[in-house]
Structure formats: structure tokens, C-alpha cells
Design a protein around this ligand. Structure first.
Ligand code: HAM
Length: 420
């Protein structure tokens, strides 16, 4: 009768088990890097998201008027909300300020595998520092959050938007034409980049040279290409430093230079990076981030900011594609009273095991041993505890190992010991 809204998903208990497991792993990695968790509201004033990107972004945003006539939006991401919170109440905090978050986001995207209208991001922002080691640590953390979740096949690419801008200067592409190039570069449609540049009047030789630099991983070549631009040269030296640090001090094996990383959002300024899971195909981008500028626009005192967000749902998909073995949702024990008279003792055993942190369920339907054992198997109980009069005379119960089928009689006071 009713259907779930397009682009949203329900999660079964098996899926939630996986999601919580990955979330816990990610949270602990953020914490090992000294980041602290924050939370912001699911909706914000619409203007927070249009301030930088303009009205054009409204097409992608779930926005609405509330009963007081305010223009609100379900958050499409968490960077702008985090910076709003920072400007409102955290500006006096000691620097650097390292914040992380988990949260569902909403985008009016065209749904497909790995692309949803409601999805979850795990992300972070670092405020008040822009040393190469700060960037290296940030990027390394993005990589480690994914690696520690269990992923093996991921690739890290790093670029720089001021270098890309200097590259456009070299071929003298007018500023108003650059925005047309961005989506083509973003999707690595290099043939189309070439054609578009020629359409904009760039000489074929210049266009193909531009393309070569866009695709090269050779830092020297890029440096030579933009040598007239002091900012770009400095940014490239910094990039070189970041990449060295990633390899030597953060154990990241293969960080790649990639000038074609442009990022979709409008607030990025310098260093940008992405981490992909190539096996996911079209929606392979797991993580994206970089240095950006929003504080000034939101009325705060300018200070450097950088961060990233990981697509949580895509991380789960990537783990499934790699056939990662998630821990299953087991119960330590299922308690079965032989008959109604055994109920009180069964409840007591259950209560005591739960008090000690064991996961325990018991037969609430009075359905007898045979059916209860079948049910215990269906909910992955590792053991069944059968409480019956004969054993109870000796303060004992029968414990059946549901995996091996072995049964033994155990004193009630020793049950917990057995589960240790
Ligand atoms: P973003 O690249 O727009 O960056 O999103 C980050 C990640 O969220 C993507 O790499 C992708 O894995 C996931 N994602 C995006 N859209 C969807 C969708 N419709 N369905 C499923 N997953 C999706 C940001 O949002 C920036 N705020 C990141 C950042 C933080 N930059 C600096 N600080």
C-alpha cells in the first residue's frame, strides 16, 4: 500500500549490525587521531548552503518552508553546518580544532547503486592550521579510516585547485569558460575536454599540452608548466612535501598526484583529494575533501580550514564487494524452560547472564523444547540453556552447544564461567 520514498532505504537488523560495526571502527580511528565528535541539526537555514554556491544548488537540495515561513533545507553535507557552528560558538577554542561527525545527508540526486537521496557521511574538519604535516595527517586519516574498516583495494589521489587555475591561465582560458570544463575534468572525459577547449578557441597544440599535464603524475613536469605562477609553484612544493610525508611518516603506500581532481563543491581552494574503490564502478568515490574557505563568508575571523567526508553507504558496498567477513549477529544463549514451572528459574538465569553483559534471550511463547531449539538456531544463538526439573534438583541445567550439538550438564553457578 505504502512505498518507501525514492532514493531512500530501510535497513534490516543484519544491515544495521554491519553499519554499526563499521561506524564504531571509523569512530575509533577518528579518535586515535585526536578528533572529537560533534552533531549538528538535520535541517538548517537554506541560505547556509546557497551562500557559497548560489541559487543553482537549490535543484539538488531538499528545501521547504516551515509553518513560520522560514526557508529551511535538509542538509546535503556537513561542512557548512560545522563551520556555522564553529563561527557561532567555537571560535575561541584552542587551535587546531579537530572535529568529526556522522550524519545522514539529503540530495535530490538521480538514485542508483551507491547514489541515494538519503545517505550517510562520516567526515571531519580541521580548523586553524595549514602546515604540510596537518594536510598529510588529515589525508592519512581518511585513508586509515577506510583501511581500518577492512577495505583493501583503495586508491588515493591528490590535486590542487590553485595549480589547476594556473594551468588554465597558461592556456589563457577565460574565467567564465572554466566552469564548463569542471564536470568534464571531474569525470575524466578527456576527449571531451580537448574538444571543449578547442571550441573555446584554444589552439590544438596548447589544448593537448594542457591535457598531458592534467593526466601526468610527474610533479616536475607540472612545475615546469606553471613556472610563471609563484602561488602555483609554492603550492606544488607544498604538495611534494605532503606526498613525501604521507609515504615516510604515515605509511601510505601509493599516494598519486592528480591535477584532474576538481571536486564538485564550490568552497574548495588549494589541496584537494579523493579516495576511490575502483571495484565499485561509476560510484567509486568513497571519500572527498580538501582545503576550503567558508569562515569569512559566514562572518567569522579567517583561519585555514580543511576536511573530508566519507560516503558511509559506499564504504559498506565496497566492503561487501571485497567479500569482507562482518561479525555476525550472534546471541550467547537462548534459555528454554522445560515447562511453566521452570519459568521463574529460567528468568533468573537470563537476568543474571544479562547483568554480566551476555546477550541472552529466552522462550516467551511457552512452546516446548523442540520448537524452541529450532527458533534458537534461526536467531543464531550459540548455546541453548535448557532448564528442566531433573537437573534443577542438583542446581544444574543442560547447555547445548548449537554449533557442535554437544550437550553437558552445568551447575547454575558455573554457567557464566562457561561463557567466558
Ligand atoms: P562530497 O564529495 O560531496 O563532499 O561527498 C563526500 C562523499 O559522500 C562522496 O565521496 C560520496 O562517497 C558520498 N556521497 C555523496 N553524494 C552521495 C549520494 N547521493 N549517495 C551516496 N553517497 C554520496 C562533501 O560533502 C564535503 N562536505 C566533504 C568535505 C568535508 N570537504 C571538506 N570537508
Amino acid at each position: 500500500m505504502f512505498q518507501i520514498p525514492r532514493g531512500t532505504r530501510d535497513f534490516t537488523s543484519e544491515e544495521m549490525q554491519k553499519r554499526r560495526y563499521v561506524e564504531n571502527s571509523m569512530r575509533s580511528t577518528f579518535q586515535t587521531f585526536g578528533y572529537r565528535e560533534i552533531q549538528t541539526p538535520i535541517f538548517e537555514n537554506l541560505e547556509l548552503f546557497t551562500a557559497k554556491s548560489g541559487e543553482g544548488i537549490i535543484d539538488e537540495i531538499y528545501s521547504f518552508n516551515d509553518k513560520g515561513g522560514r526557508n529551511l533545507a535538509l542538509r546535503p553535507e556537513l561542512t557548512a553546518p560545522t563551520i556555522r557552528m564553529y563561527v557561532e560558538k567555537l571560535q575561541m577554542e584552542p587551535k587546531p580544532l579537530k572535529l568529526f561527525y556522522f550524519g545522514n545527508c539529503f540530495r535530490y540526486d538521480r538514485p542508483q547503486k551507491g547514489r541515494y537521496r538519503e545517505f550517510t557521511q562520516a567526515g571531519c574538519e580541521i580548523i586553524g592550521v595549514d602546515s604540510p604535516e596537518a594536510y598529510a595527517e588529515l589525508i592519512a586519516m581518511g585513508y586509515k579510516v577506510l583501511e581500518n574498516s577492512g577495505l583493501k583495494k583503495i586508491e588515493l589521489n591528490i590535486g590542487n585547485l590553485s595549480v589547476l587555475s594556473a594551468m588554465f591561465d597558461v592556456i589563457k582560458l577565460p574565467k567564465d569558460k572554466r566552469k564548463y570544463m569542471v564536470p568534464l575534468i571531474d569525470k575524466s572525459q578527456f576527449e571531451d575536454v580537448l574538444l571543449a577547449l578547442q571550441d573555446f578557441g584554444i589552439k590544438p597544440k596548447d589544448a593537448s599540452e594542457f591535457l598531458e599535464i592534467l593526466e601526468t603524475t610527474d610533479l616536475k613536469k607540472i612545475k615546469e608548466y606553471v613556472k610563471a605562477d609563484k602561488t602555483a609553484k609554492d603550492e606544488l612544493s607544498k604538495l611534494e612535501n605532503i606526498i613525501d610525508l604521507l609515504k615516510t611518516s604515515f605509511d601510505i603506500k601509493n599516494p598519486k598526484l592528480k591535477m584532474s581532481i576538481v571536486r564538485g563543491l564550490d568552497y574548495y581552494t588549494g589541496v584537494v583529494f579523493e579516495i576511490e574503490a575502483p571495484e565499485l564502478g561509476a560510484e567509486k568515490q568513497l571519500c572527498g575533501g580538501g582545503a576550503y574557505d567558508l569562515i569569512g563568508l559566514f562572518g567569522g575571523r579567517n583561519t585555514p580550514t580543511a576536511g573530508f567526508a566519507i560516503g558511509f553507504d559506499r564504504t559498506i558496498l565496497a566492503l561487501e564487494t571485497e567479500k569482507y567477513k562482518f561479525p555476525s549477529l550472534d546471541l550467547d544463549a537462548y534459555v528454554i524452560p522445560y515447562d511453566e514451572k521452570m519459568l521463574d528459574k529460567s528468568l533468573e538465569i537470563t537476568k543474571n547472564l544479562r547483568k554480566k553483559g551476555k546477550t541472552v534471550d529466552l522462550d516467551l511463547m511457552r512452546r516446548g523444547i523442540g520448537k524452541s531449539l529450532k527458533y534458537a538456531r534461526s536467531i543464531n544463538a550459540k548455546n541453548a540453556i535448557i532448564v528442566a526439573p531433573k537437573e534443577l534438583e542438583n542446581d544444574s541445567v543442560t547447555i547445548k552447544d548449537m554449533i557442535t550439538g554437544k550437550q553437558e550438564i552445568v551447575k547454575i553457578k558455573n554457567i557464566f564461567q562457561k561463557f567466558k
